[in-house]
Each structure stands twice: as C-alpha cells, then as structure tokens.
Design a binder for this molecule. Structure first.
Ligand code: ZN
Length: 210
C-alpha cells in the first residue's frame, strides 16, 4: 500500500481529462517525457493513479491518448474491453497493491470486437475459435437486445449503440465482479466509470459520472 501518494478519484479523472486534451491538441506534457528518462526510478516501485480497462485495438493505447508517462497508468487491454475473471483479478490486484482510486472502462468507436459480435449474431460462422467466441459471448447479451429494436435497420447507428451498450455492460460487470470490488465501491474507496474514445476526433467522452 502506497498511502502517501494517494489521490482522489476526482483528481485522477482530472489528470486523465487534461491528458486527453493535450493529446487532441497534439501536445505532450514535459512530465511524461521526463518520466521516460527516469526509468530507473520505477524499478523498485510504482504507484499508478488510474486503472484503464480498454480494448486491445492498436489505435487506442491508453498511455498515448491520455498523454501519461511511465508508472502513471495500470492498463488492462483485451479485445472488446470485456470483463472476464482475469480482468477482474487484475483490477483487484492493482487496487490492493497501489490503492488506485479510479478505474475507467474504455471502449471506442468502430470497435472490431463489437463488429465481429454483430456479424456472428447475424451470420453465425464456424470459423471462430472457442477462444474468440469466449470474447464474442461476453459482448453478445447487450448487443442482442438492440437487434430487437428499430436499430437493426440502421447498421451505423446499431454499431454505435452496440459499442455504447458493451461499454456500459462491462462497467456494470466490473462493478459487480467481485465482493472485494463491491465493498470498495460501497466504502467510497473506489470509483469505476465508463468512457468512449472516438477514433474520429481523439476525444475521450466520459459517459458515466463519478
Ligand atoms: Zn475495440
């Protein structure tokens, strides 16, 4: 536990917001550049101020889109930002080790994993491995509901809604993912919020409140 460097969830969110604003403006903070040259300082300890559970998509690297440096973020990336036991365990680990106050579940526009899930529902294929299907099956429940609405006639809007629904489902799954996380949330020692990154603008929109 690294209590002396603990910041609040609000302060952590503010750092992420400001970092994303720099990224959108095409700037990098001196701080993240300096940290890169101070690699040795992080050999024995680190105290990341936020946990990011995001998609593996190469266009959404958390450290870059939030303009953060070495030791700043504890990042878990998995296709479709799904929440399976190993992701929950990673969040528990980080919260226990570093008292990190904020988790951001980060999805993004044009997410290939969500597209693949829509494709699988509409045209089931036997080409996907059981491992890929384990990701699709976690995205599927929130996406399937949308196909029962008028959105099924509008592929563009359907994809947008499916991406948003998947982010919110992952956030909910993480919030109720373990007794430990539920208790930390109840005690106000942890905050889990949802966000969506736009490939088009570079902006991260925080879609749930602290
Ligand atoms: Zn994705």
């Amino acid at each position: 536990m690294n209590l002396e460097s603990m910041i609040t969830a609000n302060e952590a969110l503010q750092r992420l917001r400001e970092g994303n604003q720099r990224f959108v403006a095409g700037m990098r903070s001196i701080d993240s550049l300096v940290k890169q040259m101070q690699r040795e300082d992080f050999i024995e300890r680190h105290s990341p101020f936020a946990i990011i559970l995001g998609c593996s998509d190469s266009r959404v690297p958390a450290e870059i889109i939030f303009d953060q440096g070495l030791g700043d973020l504890f990042v878990i990336r998995v296709a479709g930002n799904v929440v399976a036991p190993s992701q929950i365990g990673s969040v528990e680990f980080a919260v226990q080790q570093f008292c990190t106050p904020l988790v951001v579940v980060l999805g993004h526009s044009r997410c290939g994993a969500v597209m693949a899930t829509l494709e699988e529902i509409e045209r089931p294929s036997d080409e996907n491995s059981s491992n890929v299907l384990s990701i699709v099956s976690r995205i599927r429940p929130s996406v399937e509901l949308l196909l029962e609405t008028d959105l099924r006639n509008d592929p563009g809007q359907l994809l947008k809604a499916a991406i948003r629904a998947n982010i919110l489902a992952s956030t909910n799954n993480l919030r109720h993912g373990s007794q430990m996380l539920e208790q930390l949330l109840l005690d106000g020692r942890l905050t889990i919020i949802a966000a969506e990154y736009s490939l088009e603008t570079g902006v991260v929109e925080f879609i749930t409140d602290i």
